[in-house]
Write a protein that binds this ligand. Structure first.
Ligand SMILES: C[S@@+](CC[C@H](N)C(=O)[O-])C[C@H]1O[C@@H](n2cnc3c(N)ncnc32)[C@H](O)[C@@H]1O
Length: 313
């Protein structure tokens, strides 16, 4: 889950040269901007590298590992990282699929794109090409398209356009990752509905292609824990040496997806008598209580966590 060595060293060098490793003002402004639904325009790039990159990288890596687990035969050669920022998804994908040869970093923010290109060159991401442009427009196609934490910056009335443009670029697989907030999930859900109408098949997290069964204020999201660097602790005035990044995701394929088992969509709850699992299933949302006295059944689920599918190792 840690950044690949080349990327991490390039980031450290860039921060050292910029002379800014964790200014609190930049970090505070960045959090406030993103929380209020603002865009990356004019944000402090050093603050992004210190306080957001490790978490977005961890979330994207978690999702890509799951896509790889569910699609072991998928071996993409080309990638578009749409809304690349510093190139987070491109680096995460390069760590996941050694088959990748071409990486297009697409961003409409000149500062972010220049940063991504310089980190890729410095870190040794071979086959990288930077593209200044909007993910709302048609462009180069690739086996794998990833939009990570980018849909959040698209105006709501342009989300259908974004879904269509990203899907048109994806020759095989499209992966979306968004903040694990109600609005992040709402964007994922709306895009999922639209892509299903366009004939996409859902790789995950949903174990079905029905209308999302969640109702009301409920939202589907997952969590990954990662260590905080010293600079991050300082920038955020943090008191614990780790953070839990909440994210929502969906991955789509042009190939029919095999049926997948129910997925655990909330932290498992242990009681004296049982383990309670909240599941998304083909038949809807369900609670499964596995009694401790049923030793075999309990043993088969006790290692499972939030985000796992039933039966996964
Ligand atoms: C929150 S950052 C995420 C960066 C990176 N994907 C990550 O996960 O760390 C959002 C990125 O999307 C880019 N972006 C926003 N709207 C865009 C658009 N219409 N076309 C291309 N990039 C866009 C921003 O410039 C920014 O680099």
């Amino acid at each position: 889950m840690a950044l690949p060595d080349g990327f991490s060293q390039a980031v450290e060098r860039w921060l050292a040269e910029a002379g800014r490793g964790g200014a609190r003002g930049g970090a505070r402004q960045l959090s406030t901007t993103y929380r209020a639904g603002g865009t990356s325009e004019g944000i402090d790039l050093a603050a992004y590298l210190v306080t957001r990159l490790p978490a977005t990288y961890a979330a994207v890596s978690t999702v890509l590992s799951e896509v790889q687990r569910l699609r072991p035969a998928f071996a993409p050669k080309s990638l578009v990282d749409a809304g690349s920022g510093p190139g987070t998804a491109a680096w995460a994908a390069s760590a996941c699929w050694s088959s990748l040869e071409k990486f297009e970093l697409l961003d409409n923010n000149r500062d972010f794109l220049t940063l991504a290109q310089s980190l890729a060159l410095e870190g040794g991401l071979a086959g990288m090409k930077g593209e200044m442009g909007s993910l709302l427009h048609a462009g180069a196609k690739a086996d794998l398209v990833i939009a990570a934490y980018a849909l959040a910056e698209i105006p709501l009335n342009r989300m259908p356009e974004a879904a269509d443009a990203l899907w048109a670029r994806a020759q095989e697989t499209l992966v979306l990752v968004e903040p694990g907030t109600p609005s992040g999930f709402a964007r994922i859900r709306a895009t999922r509905e639209r892509l299903l109408r366009l004939g996409a098949s859902v790789i995950g997290p949903c174990p079905h292609e029905n209308t999302c069964p969640l109702e009301g204020a409920d939202w589907c999201h997952f969590s990954v824990r990662l260590p905080r660097s010293r600079a991050h602790m300082h920038a955020k005035a943090a008191t614990v040496p780790f953070e839990d990044e909440k994210f929502a995701w969906a991955a789509f394929s042009r190939e029919r997806a095999a049926a997948s088992p129910p997925r655990i969509i909330a932290p498992p709850v242990y009681t004296k008598a049982a383990l309670a699992l909240r599941l998304c299933t083909e038949q809807g949302i369900a609670m499964r209580h596995v009694p401790r006295r049923d030793k075999d059944a309990f043993r088969s689920v006790r290692h499972l966590g939030w985000g796992d599918t039933m039966g996964s190792a």
